[in-house]
Design a binder for this molecule. Structure first.
Ligand code: AHR
Length: 313
């Protein structure tokens, strides 16, 4: 498969100056982070004179598979794929490789052979969960700490890896126990609904902290906690992932405690890799890692909100 892609790069090398066409199969618009990734991908394409063909899968893998087949039929020069789940991609990725179209994965991984895609751009998702878990280890109140977890989309690589990372970090802390864990599908409404059910099921029992696999679910949960007459960020500590503008506002209000940043600019490194590949067949690393960092209430959340609020979230 690698040789097919290399042959393709050699053919394209002679035409690198002409406008390239890239198909982008996006998952949907489940979160503020996802909206920002879409906005930045469109901006990056425009700045580079790339003709971007966008397809919104509305959270369904079958829609992504159809979109990729359609991009292959159109003969695009490359495909960007943000895969909703990790499994089930082999056949369609083989079809793209047979058509000599390089595929770049954005923000999530697949369990297919890495020979079936050119590169993947994303963060270390296990590390993100570890950073969130370590924050809780360092900041939990004295004594027993019962944690509820809002997981991302079932079967997606961030849901799997962020769950693993958090457990790695709290392992060996006998005081910390995850008492409930359920998917909120990375959405604000899902986070609110599942948090309501956690609060109902745990009524009378202390919940010390919420770990949410993204900020949108945390924001939905904050609403549920407030409506239940409790103090989010105080009675229940809240740590999540993404660093969207609204979570900084919640942090400024004292309603959220910490977030781990995931940059929405996956397209920049992806297009850099593609442009080098188109130009002379340069093979990028199989994984291009973006930076992640922890923000807490001590990091001037209002300034962080201001810095991000117009970036397409
Ligand atoms: O794959 C990245 C995750 O997908 C983001 O953390 C989440 O907000 C989005 O839905």
């Amino acid at each position: 498969m690698k040789s097919i892609l290399l042959a393709s790069a050699a053919i394209v090398a002679g035409t690198a100056a002409s406008a390239q066409t890239v198909g982008f199969s996006q998952i949907g618009s489940e979160s503020g982070w996802r909206a920002a990734e879409t906005t930045l991908t469109r901006q990056q394409a425009e700045e580079r004179g790339i003709d971007l063909r966008f397809s919104d899968a509305q959270q369904r893998q079958e829609n992504q598979i159809s979109a990729i087949r359609s991009f292959v039929a159109q003969g695009v020069d490359a495909i960007l794929l943000a895969p909703v789940v990790a499994t089930g991609w082999d056949s369609v990725l083989e079809e793209a490789a047979e058509a000599e179209i390089p595929v770049v994965l954005l923000d999530r991984l697949v369990d297919s052979s890495d020979e079936l895609y050119l590169t993947a751009v994303g963060s270390d998702l296990v590390h993100e969960g570890e950073v969130a878990g370590q924050w809780l280890v360092d900041n939990k109140p004295e004594g027993e700490c019962r944690v509820v977890e809002l997981q991302g989309t079932t079967g997606s690589s961030p849901a799997i890896d962020r769950a693993t990372g958090f457990r790695n970090a709290i392992e060996g802390n006998a005081d910390i126990e995850i008492v409930r864990s359920q998917t909120g599908d990375f959405t604000r409404s899902g986070g609110k609904e599942v948090m309501e059910s956690f609060l109902q099921a745990e009524s009378g029992n202390d919940i010390c902290a919420l770990y949410a696999h993204n900020d949108d679910m945390a924001l939905g949960a904050i609403q549920a906690i407030t409506e239940a007459g409790m103090d989010p960020g105080g009675d229940i500590l809240i740590v999540s992932i993404d660093a969207v503008p609204d979570i900084f506002q919640a942090m400024a209000n004292g309603d959220a405690n910490a977030t781990v940043e995931l940059t929405p600019n996956m397209a920049g490194p992806a297009f850099d890799a593609l442009e080098a590949y188109w130009a002379d067949g340069t093979e990028p690393e199989k994984f291009i890692q973006t930076e992640s960092r922890l923000y807490t209430q001590a990091d001037d959340p209002l300034a962080e909100y201001e810095a991000r609020k117009d970036l397409g979230y």
